[in-house]
Design a protein around this ligand. Structure first.
Ligand SMILES: Cc1cc2nc3c(=O)[nH]c(=O)nc-3n(C[C@H](O)[C@H](O)[C@H](O)COP(=O)(O)OP(=O)(O)OC[C@H]3O[C@@H](n4cnc5c(N)ncnc54)[C@H](O)[C@@H]3O)c2cc1C
Length: 458
């Protein structure tokens, strides 16, 4: 395997990364490629991802290419011909986003779908090849500044021994329940009433789906259903997402969430209003596990102090609608490594300054992705007249690739441009949408205004 050529700007800089998900592994790779001395600690006994497929838009593929592993990722995954949005009730295709030549020219990289474990393994192997040390089965108990550096307390879970490690900088890539995020803000996850079922099955053996070369997204009232190939077309990945009536009821009434929310009974009921093409796929889903869709409020500062920062889901866990959570973590990694390497090149490596610059560049962008993700999800799930208007807008967006107009801000990101540092207002919602209010915020506002559960409007 070959990775990008290593450089030496960060030689002698000791960096500890907490968390070995896609974010932490990408961070280890980007920094080791700039010559840093990186040690990553992962709590679990092995590097492992839960779930199956990931969509990596061109904004993510560009990061993989910078690190020299874009082609390998493409070989491990699948490059779809297009993405088709279909109305979940009629199965009509309302928008086809073609990923051919014009797309490549416009965005400068492919749209990739890849198995989570394949991407994580590739990042872990590449980071190791670049010289990073990735350690499993070690839990980071804390990290505090200590003079000109940071002291990290690490527990070896195999023998319960505890050691102190010194570093110049610590990056908390420790996921949505991050220990280090808590040092900035003591917030809670924002639960949506949506739940995801996932499943993979053999694609060539599937009479209805064999030969699939697209990402298909059926969108409909209170639900959606995604399908795409993985592993060069060997596997079919499917994700079924729906609003849990039991969870919604407890959210609206402010009562305790019943244990049976999102269970198999609800799953079976959730798609009865959708087209047969979706209903007949339910039997291919895993029934023993389901995932609640939650995010957190955007955070406008990711810096704990001059030596500690959070990135990845620790800083910006999104709802999954823009398929960009893992991509944002990869962009964070490249921006961090780039800004630090350039400062070192100029002979001005001041870690506090680098951390603040990373946060100022990244927080507005990721905040916008989190907020637009919520909006995009609501648009997918509308009913009644809104559904017909949405469908017509999607049809219009397909004419002459007009949809580029909506996707450019997301997929045309270049870390070297420092665009959000120069103009943080790029993180705002586009003109005309500034007044849009997330459903759950609307609920909260009405409740605070004294509305009774029976009067609440979503
Ligand atoms: C249904 C669904 C579909 C999605 N689809 C997409 C998609 O198509 N495209 C996309 O880009 N994103 C997608 N995402 C989002 C994406 O999966 C996440 O944003 C991304 O994986 C986050 O990576 P991370 O490394 O920041 O966090 P995590 O994957 O949560 O990794 C954090 C790691 O830190 C470890 N850890 C935590 N605390 C400690 C500690 N104290 N010491 C040591 N280790 C610790 C944990 O064990 C864990 O391994 C999706 C998410 C969901 C739920």
């Amino acid at each position: 395997m070959s990775i990008a050529e290593k450089t030496t700007e960060l030689q002698g800089q000791k960096i500890v990364i907490v968390g070995g998900g896609i974010g932490g592994a990408a961070g280890a790779l980007a920094l080791a490629l700039r010559g840093a001395d990186v040690t990553l600690y992962e709590h679990h006994p092995e590097f492992k991802e839960v779930g199956a497929g990931l969509q990596i838009g061109p904004h993510g593929v560009k990061m993989l290419k910078k690190w020299g592993i874009g082609q390998r990722a493409i070989e491990l995954g699948f490059v779809p011909e297009n993405m088709q949005f279909r109305d979940a009730m009629t199965a009509e295709t309302i928008l086809t986003m073609d990923f051919g030549e014009k797309f490549l020219e416009h965005y400068g990289a492919e749209y990739l779908v890849i198995h989570r474990s394949d991407l994580l393994n590739l990042l872990v192997e590449s980071a190791t090849e670049a010289g990073a040390t990735l350690v499993n089965n070690h839990h980071v108990l804390d990290g505090v500044t200590d003079g000109d550096g940071v002291k990290v307390t690490v527990k070896n879970r195999a023998d319960n021994s505890i050691s102190e490690v010194e570093a110049d900088v610590l990056i908390g890539f420790d996921g949505t329940h991050s220990l280090f995020r808590k040092k900035i803000v003591d917030d809670d996850p924002v639960p949506s009433a949506y739940v995801a079922y996932r499943g993979t099955s053999s694609l060539p053996d599937d009479p209805d789906m064999a030969g699939l070369t697209s990402v298909i997204g059926y969108i409909g009232p209170r639900c959606h259903f995604i399908q795409y190939p993985l592993r060069s077309g060997e596997l079919l990945n499917q994700v079924a997402v729906f609003q849990s009536p039991r969870y919604l009821k407890s959210l609206v009434e402010g009562t305790e969430v019943p244990e049976d929310w999102g269970n198999n009974d609800e799953f079976r009921q959730a798609f009865t209003h959708t087209h047969e093409k979706i209903q007949c796929r339910q039997k291919h889903m895993w029934l023993d596990q389901w995932w609640q869709m939650t995010d957190r409020e955007p955070l406008d500062n990711w810096v704990v102090n001059d030596r500690i920062i959070v990135m990845g889901d620790a800083a910006h866990p999104p709802l999954q609608y823009l398929a960009s959570g893992a991509v944002m973590a990869m962009e964070d990694s490249e921006v961090f490594a780039l800004f630090a390497a350039e400062a070192a090149n100029r002979g001005e490596l001041d870690w506090g300054k680098v951390l603040r610059e990373v946060s100022v560049e990244r927080a507005p962008r990721c905040g916008r992705i989190q907020t637009v993700g919520r909006l995009w999800g609501e648009l997918w799930h509308v009913d009644g007249i809104a559904r017909h208007v949405r469908n017509e807008l999607f049809r219009q967006a397909g004419v002459d690739n007009y949809w580029f107009h909506y996707a450019d801000w997301l997929w045309n990101y270049d870390p070297e441009a420092r665009a959000y540092l120069k103009d943080p207002s790029l993180g705002n919602l586009p003109k005309g949408l500034e007044d849009w209010e997330y459903n759950l915020h609307k609920l909260e506002r009405q409740r605070k205004d004294g509305a009774q559960p029976s009067d609440l409007v979503l």
